[in-house]
Write a protein that binds this ligand. Structure first.
Ligand SMILES: [Zn+2]
Ligand SMILES: [Zn+2]
Length: 280
């Protein structure tokens, strides 16, 4: 595992690959949906991915976009589709034009914005919606959903032969439903938790930048970040199977962070809180 390959985190059928350290790099790929949340400074593990979801324009989350677009072109891949907050669209297009001038080469890419609560497709059967986040610059989070199929409740006791008969008669015994799989916050204050789609996601990948009393809650809020002291009282609102913490400062070692989780997270919640893997 390294910065180039990313670190892998898994929970049941959900696998994520990425790297996150405040001020250095934040980028997490969800390979099943062919989707990458943020791109950090641009890293090799992101190159095969087709859909890029940018949370905000800080360099440790978004500066790698020209690199990634360039690498995908160089390896003959389909140009990526990149979603971002509306305020970023013009500056990012200007940046690409400048870089195209530097390289004397024209790149293909799709930059898009999307309002909250509007679905946009990813690799089927996945799609996403944005949710509000609260940072120092325009920002948004993303929830990836899976569209699934199940038998309608009135048919759930039928056997395969009876269901076959029904289908032959033209009755559709199934219904579609959507499962919120992974929500990714990027950088934000704790108020992102006001969004129900996030609290109900099976996995929340969320930032906690400040982990001890060397920085106050006030300090975290001033910089548009989360202090662990603000997360703990709100844990009971979260229905997720796993809460995966990213974006800790490089000042902390992974062992220090795990010790803080062990000491501070209430016992009944501990099995649901993970540190996203990172260098020791
Ligand atoms: Zn950041
Ligand atoms: Zn930021």
């Amino acid at each position: 595992m390294s910065l180039a390959t990313g670190y892998t985190w898994t929970h049941k059928n959900i696998k994520l690959v990425g790297y996150s350290m405040a001020g250095i790099c934040t980028s997490v790929v969800f390979p099943d949906a062919d989707t990458c949340f943020d791109v950090g400074p641009g890293l090799p593990f992101q190159i095969p991915v087709s859909n890029i979801l940018i949370t905000h324009g800080h360099m440790d989350h978004a500066s790698g976009l020209p690199y990634l677009i360039g690498q995908k072109a160089m390896t003959g891949q389909t140009p990526p589709t990149v979603y971002m907050p509306e305020a970023l669209l013009n500056p990012m297009q200007q940046m690409m034009r400048l870089w195209e001038g530097i390289e004397d080469h024209t790149y293909q890419y799709q930059f898009r914005t999307v309002p909250h609560d509007v679905e946009r497709p990813l690799k089927a059967p996945y799609f996403f919606k944005t949710f509000p986040t609260y940072h120092r610059v325009p920002s948004q989070g993303y929830t990836i959903f899976e569209r699934k199929k199940r038998l309608k409740p009135e048919y759930k006791d039928l056997g395969p032969r009876e269901l076959g008969d029904l289908r032959r008669q033209g009755t559709v015994p199934d219904e579609h439903y959507d499962e919120a799989l992974v929500s990714f916050t990027g950088d934000t204050k704790i108020e992102f938790l006001d969004s129900a789609q996030v609290r109900q996601s099976r996995v929340i990948v969320m930032e906690v930048t400040y982990w001890d009393s060397k920085k106050s809650v006030e300090n975290a809020r001033t910089w548009g970040h989360i202090h662990i002291d603000e997360l703990i009282p709100r844990l009971d609102e979260i229905k997720s199977e796993k809460i995966v913490l990213i974006h800790a400062s490089a000042r902390y070692s992974s062992n220090q962070l795990r010790a803080i989780i062990d000491a501070r997270i209430p016992e009944h919640f501990k099995h649901r809180v993970d540190l996203f893997p990172r260098p020791s």
